[in-house]
Design a protein around this ligand. Structure first.
Ligand code: ATR
Length: 269
């Protein structure tokens, strides 16, 4: 039985074991998948110990995605661009390969919901690691424009500059935000604190989607705010399942059927 895990700190809240157990059952893959709390000061040691005990791959969550990025022998192009790794794969040669599946997870979930990115005016809120990880696949979908807006404007400006070769991307502060947008994605951690970035009331186009990369049993403040302004709210639970499916595919070369897994995860929130 091949062993996989998710590393985090804390990690007890992680839904990944539940998701990967469902994928394994569905595909008949004999794997185990556990949650491991790595020490904050020695992520590399935790990965090496896991490999020594027969581990073949892992997911990586907060706060280790940059540590994972640094320990890899080889990186996918998208992980290099994101500066972060959420999927580790042990190669036959014993080398560690790193990938990031968060961005493709977001874009697949938007597609599952029938949201059209091509030609859309997209606003992304936040300029931290979570946002950096999703910009490449968003730009690859060829939106009309992509504005990154952040509390600290300079971070959004410099982040946009890092991706400007991929398409029409700009960065700025919240005060520079001028709608309308067809797609607004909240990648700030403001939701965690129950906060809402200061945004104009006329943010949304007539038909618009509001996506929060966070999720919970109840809609986030941002999604409630968006619903009141006529946008269609979608939370990040589907992104979680889709990024997991892409990681599973990297490890097992089988594509899980995500819909039933998402439905049962939703029911268990
Ligand atoms: P993550 O890995 O989740 O992206 P991060 O790199 O610490 O975490 O980034 C957090 C993001 O949420 C940042 O864009 C941060 O804005 P600043 O760059 O100005 O710090 C944003 N953020 C956090 N709390 C916020 C709040 N209460 N209102 C608005 N933005 C907030």
């Amino acid at each position: 039985t091949d062993r996989y895990c998710v590393f985090g700190h804390p990690v007890g809240h992680s839904r990944s074991p539940q998701i990967h157990a469902a994928f394994a059952e569905q595909s008949g893959e004999a794997i185990t998948y556990t949650a491991i709390e790595a020490p904050l000061d020695d992520f590399a040691g935790a990965w090496r110990a896991f490999v020594a005990a027969g581990g073949c791959g892992a997911n990586v969550t907060v706060p280790f995605k940059e540590d994972a990025f640094r320990l890899c022998d080889t990186l996918s192009a998208r992980a290099r661009r994101a500066g972060a790794v959420n999927t580790l794969i042990l190669g036959d040669n014993g080398q560690t390969y790193g990938d990031t599946t968060d961005g493709v997870g977001l874009v697949r979930d938007l597609a599952q919901h029938g949201v059209n990115l091509a030609g859309a005016r997209i606003l992304v809120l936040g300029a931290g690691g979570a946002v950096r990880g999703v910009l490449e696949p968003l730009l690859t979908a060829q939106p009309a424009s992509l504005l990154v807006a952040n509390r600290t404007a300079e971070k959004a400006v410099s982040l946009a500059a890092d991706f400007s070769d991929l398409g029409a991307i700009r960065g700025g502060g919240f005060e520079a935000v001028e709608g309308p947008f067809e797609v607004v994605i909240n990648g700030t951690s403001a939701s965690l604190a129950g906060d809402l970035p200061p945004l104009p009331d006329d943010l949304f186009a007539a038909t618009a989607t509001a996506y929060d990369m966070m999720y919970g049993a109840e809609p986030t403040v941002f999604l409630r705010w968006a619903l009141e302004r006529g946008a269609r709210p979608i939370d990040g639970l589907g992104m979680l399942v889709e990024q997991a499916a892409e990681a599973f595919f990297q490890w097992r070369h089988k594509r899980p059927d995500t819909a039933p897994v998402l439905a049962s995860l939703r029911a268990s929130l």
